[in-house]
Design a protein around this ligand. Sequence first.
Ligand code: ZN
Length: 135
Amino acid sequence: MPDVQLLADPRRECLIGSRCRRCETYYFPPEHRQCRNPHCGQAELDEVALSRTGAIWSYTNACVSPPEPYVRRNPFVPFAIAAVLLEQERLLVLGPVVADVAVERLRIGMQMELVIEASAAEDAADEILWKWRPV
Ligand SMILES: [Zn+2]
């Protein structure tokens, strides 16, 4: 799982990405070795706290359990997935939607915010997940 930073205030939890020092391209999961922009190639990237909100760019539902290394719930429960465009970074971050929001409720452009949840899987006691929920 990519880096998640947990702060004392649970409303301020955020994902950690990286940003190129030269062309300011953002990456999530964070890129640490070299900027992937073919016109840049800068080797110095900084870790940055990513925005916690954005708008749905696309969405779907997951009706089949993903393959390993996905941590499975048993039994598998279908869930919605949203690609959220972060406002400031103009970066798409894909993630599951909180369980009480069905795919039928989602709309392109809907404002979403990041939440951090403990995994419900039996064998994932220490796992945490980032999810999206409507603002
Ligand atoms: Zn760059």
